[in-house]
Design a binder for this molecule. Structure first.
Ligand code: GLP
Length: 241
């Protein structure tokens, strides 16, 4: 595992944007795994600027998002599909038909999970997986205790995650109780993983991911076993390592 510590959120975002842009420029048909949450927004803004000044193109890129709330339709304002459209896809030259997000209202979620895995496989697998990290060490929506051996599946969200994410919803009761997420096995299959973390409130989760035991009680700790993983952190998130 490599660790890059940057001064602040803006520097972290630029560093991660440059790392990925370099790879996309080398391999224009790259398959990217994308994440939601506040953390990657700065990186996405840098990508948008790079596309505007023609130093980056997503024309050949395929994307797969990590997760989606179960029960939210794609056009729901808090769905992750909507988040991606609003924060990134509408501003870049990507082919919308090559952007994939799990469908939160599939009539058969279990079958949908299998189809999502197959689609990733057909695309040739994920070249670069972008990750944030939850305060409890979750990645995607893989909560503490999740089996390391899972591909895309349905999960029950922990109360702490629902509370953390309630800031985007009118009230805690509106936060879905379940989600579809790529599993830890899906994440480990990616050829390269870039995890972003910013702020003091992530420092304990980052510390345990880097130096703690590799244990299902801290999902991000599995990344210690990934052969090509980089943590891009700001100084506050790195303050305990
Ligand atoms: C959510 C997402 C994760 C994300 C995490 C941290 O629960 N499912 O993919 O990494 O929250 O979010 P933030 O970056 O806003 O702290």
């Amino acid at each position: 595992m490599k660790i890059a510590v940057q001064k602040d959120y803006d520097a972290m975002s630029l560093c991660a944007a440059r790392l990925t842009a370099e790879e996309i420029n080398k391999h224009p048909e790259l398959v990217l795994g994308l994440a939601t949450g506040s953390t990657p927004l700065g990186m996405y803004r840098n990508w948008i600027r790079m596309v505007k000044d023609s130093s980056l193109s997503f024309a050949g890129v395929t994307t797969f998002n990590l997760d989606e709330y179960l029960g939210l339709p794609p056009n729901h304002p808090q769905s992750y599909r909507q988040f991606m459209n609003e924060q990134l896809f509408r501003y870049i030259d990507i082919n919308p038909a090559r952007t994939f997000v799990p469908n939160g209202i599939s009539p058969d979620p279990l079958r949908h999970c299998k189809e999502y895995d197959l689609r990733i496989e057909k695309a040739g697998g994920i070249d670069i997986q972008i990750l944030g990290i939850g305060r409890n060490g979750h990645i995607g929506f893989n909560e503490p205790g999740e089996d390391f051996g899972q591909l895309t599946h349905v999960v029950k969200l922990s109360e702490s995650t629902r509370q953390a994410n309630s800031r985007f919803f009118p009230s805690l009761d509106d936060v879905p109780t379940h989600a579809i997420t790529m599993g830890l096995k899906s994440i480990m299959k990616a050829r390269k993983v870039i995890l972003l973390a910013s702020g003091e409130d992530k420092s304990e989760a980052v510390f345990r991911a880097v130096f703690g035991d590799v244990t299902e009680s801290h999902p991000a700790s599995i990344l210690q076993l990934h052969p090509n993983c980089i943590f891009v952190l700001d100084e506050a998130a790195a303050s305990k390592i």
